[in-house]
Design a protein around this ligand. Structure first.
Ligand SMILES: [Fe+2]
Length: 298
């Protein structure tokens, strides 16, 4: 069993890292940490960086997960190889760019790339948002899956993820107290589907909603509240069609609840995504709905 400690970063390919970095600061409100090797490093909390835009294919996405130490990294590599998953060790220069001691990288069964990292850097400087967005943490990702049942097994049997809830066959997975760090989205292709940042409160969600509209940013879902995690949210479009989310008030599942917690099953219906009546304009929600419908017919 591979114990993931935390979600550390997401790396997104883009044809124009300069424009993406501009969006990351001016719209998303993140802090630009550095530009290095043609990439822009940004952050949404006190860690060295949490979001990287690098020059490359816009469908090339990697997430970074922290494991406990060097021994845990070696054990993780062996565990993945025993599952017939090809593992590559990070080169020195790649470790330096990622600000980690060491890492391995692999593709999950859907073809999503993940890094497992050791000793990722924290920063001595506190996070300073580029605008008054209320962001205080990079928190979770929506991850496309080409087989939600298979990938749930991968995340819960090879990794330490637990199912918090399911919408049709797609699990919301936690690795700590937070209701989910990974939200699986049925799709025909791999990739990160959305990038979530936590904001301090509902006022921040609504303030950003009006700000984003004023800036001409396309709102794709919300404002609303997820019946699963209880979080109040707004989803909007960013560079290369990536979806970003601000949310607040996510449910915590405390250690003393772990033994008795049972995931709830939600059907594929708009009310499973938003309890206020907002309708998503996100392809993966629609793809997920049709996949769900096909699964029900089958
Ligand atoms: Fe989300």
């Amino acid at each position: 069993m591979i114990h993931l400690k935390d979600l550390r970063y997401v790396r997104l390919g883009t044809r124009d890292p300069g424009a993406a970095a501009e969006y990351g600061q001016r719209i998303l409100g993140l802090e630009l940490v550095r530009r290095e090797d043609g990439a822009a490093y940004l952050r949404g909390d006190d860690r060295d960086h949490t979001l990287v835009y690098f020059k490359g294919d816009p469908t090339d996405h990697t997430t970074g997960w922290e494991v406990a130490d060097a021994a845990a990294l070696d054990a993780a590599g062996a565990e993945l190889e025993s599952q017939q998953i090809k593992v590559r060790r990070g080169m020195r220069g790649e470790c330096e760019l990622r600000r980690v001691d060491d890492f391995i990288t692999y593709l999950d069964p859907s073809g999503n790339r993940h890094d497992l990292v050791v000793r990722p850097h924290h920063s001595g400087r506190r996070f300073f948002a580029a605008r008054d967005c209320g962001v205080w943490s990079f928190s979770h990702i929506g991850l496309r899956t080409t087989d939600a049942v298979r990938d749930e097994q991968f995340w819960t049997q090879v990794m330490n993820a637990r199912v918090s809830d399911r919408i049709a066959s797609a699990a919301l997975l936690r690795i700590d107290e937070v209701h989910h760090k990974i939200a699986l989205f049925p799709s025909t292709v791999p990739g990160v589907q959305h990038v979530n940042h936590q904001v301090h409160g509902v006022d921040d969600v609504m303030r950003s909603y009006y700000f984003l509209r004023e800036q001409g940013v396309r709102i794709v879902f919300g404002p609303g509240r997820h019946p699963t995690s209880g979080a109040v949210f707004v989803y909007f479009e960013g560079p290369d069609g990536m979806v970003y989310e601000y949310s607040t008030g996510v449910r915590l599942i405390k250690p003393d609840e772990e033994a008795t917690y049972r995931p709830r099953q939600f059907p594929f219906a708009p009310s499973s995504f938003c309890m206020w009546g907002s309708k998503p304009e996100i392809p993966e929600f629609r793809a997920a709905e049709s996949t769900g419908a096909r699964a029900r017919v089958a």
